[in-house]
Write a protein that binds this ligand. Structure first.
Ligand SMILES: [Zn+2]
Length: 273
């Protein structure tokens, strides 16, 4: 049974097939965000998010996703609490180095112009992109993060990308560790495509469930992503590349991400329509 906190997917969120099987159940009760949301709710049983996550697999396209995504109300309870690493300015000197290595991967394909970071978290990528000469713009759904980035002198909007109005097209749009949080990943990719200049590039990062390291963690029963409370999807490189092609992007470069465990970092160019 689906929890009352979630809106059930009645079909695969990527290909709309209804041929879905139950894959496994994850436990997010030890996740820091889950525990903080329980504390915020005063510990009351009625206000608790369900600690179990049911994962499904689509038999048609192979996509792996949770059985539903959070209701607006449950999501609001989660966004009131913030991961330590997502506070603007957190660990900024080390994060600047990590961001610089991401930007260096983009430079062969785009070296100036507007850079929109969707779900900017601690802001390190945008602050560093600005340092490299890009016009940094961010959007995020956490009010505290938006205020903090504005205070750091960077244009920031409390919005998801689909609602964002920008005066001119972007050369770069980054979605670092946010795709797996979007109920319908195509919506975010389509919105990114609309906001990119011709020839502009996407920078995406997320866990790679095709990676040998992922399977090793599974075998050790130590894979954190089955209990990652905010994730609705587990992508592998192969399914991600197919999705990018379906959405009008050409993958240009594969790499691994230093930000989180077992993550990939992919650069893709907008195909001209
Ligand atoms: Zn599917």
């Amino acid at each position: 049974m689906t929890s009352p906190d979630r809106i059930t997917y009645d079909a695969c969120p990527l290909c709309e097939s209804r041929d879905i099987s139950h894959l496994r159940t994850g436990d997010c009760s030890r996740h820091a965000l889950y525990q903080q949301s329980v504390e915020k709710a005063g510990g009351g049983e009625a206000n608790r998010l369900t600690p179990l996550m049911r994962w499904c697999a689509c038999r048609a396209c192979g996509h792996v996703f949770t059985d539903g995504y959070f209701t607006t109300e449950a999501f609001a309870r989660l966004t009131q609490v913030v991961n330590q690493g997502q506070i603007v300015g957190a660990d900024f000197e080390r994060q600047r180095m990590v961001a610089a290595r991401m930007i260096e991967k983009v430079l062969p394909f785009a070296a100036e112009g507007p850079w929109l970071d969707v779900g900017f978290g601690n802001g390190a990528l945008l602050m560093t992109a600005q340092e490299y000469g890009f016009e940094a713009v961010g959007c995020d759904l956490r009010p505290a993060a938006v205020t903090a980035l504005q205070a750091a002198g960077i244009e920031a909007h409390l919005s998801d990308i689909a609602q964002l109005n920008l005066p001119r097209p972007c050369q770069v749009i980054s979605m670092a560790d946010v795709r797996e949080h979007m109920p319908y990943p195509q919506t975010g990719l389509a919105a990114a495509r609309e906001r990119l200049a011709d020839g502009g590039v996407l920078l995406l990062s997320m866990p790679n469930s095709d990676a040998p390291a992922w399977h090793l963690l599974d075998r050790m029963n130590a894979n954190p992503y089955w209990g990652e409370i905010e994730h609705y999807h587990n992508f592998g490189r192969e399914r991600l590349y197919r999705l990018l092609g379906e959405m009008g992007f050409v993958p240009l470069r594969y790499g691994i991400s230093e930000r989180y465990r077992v993550c990939m970092e992919v650069i893709a160019r907008k195909m001209s329509s």
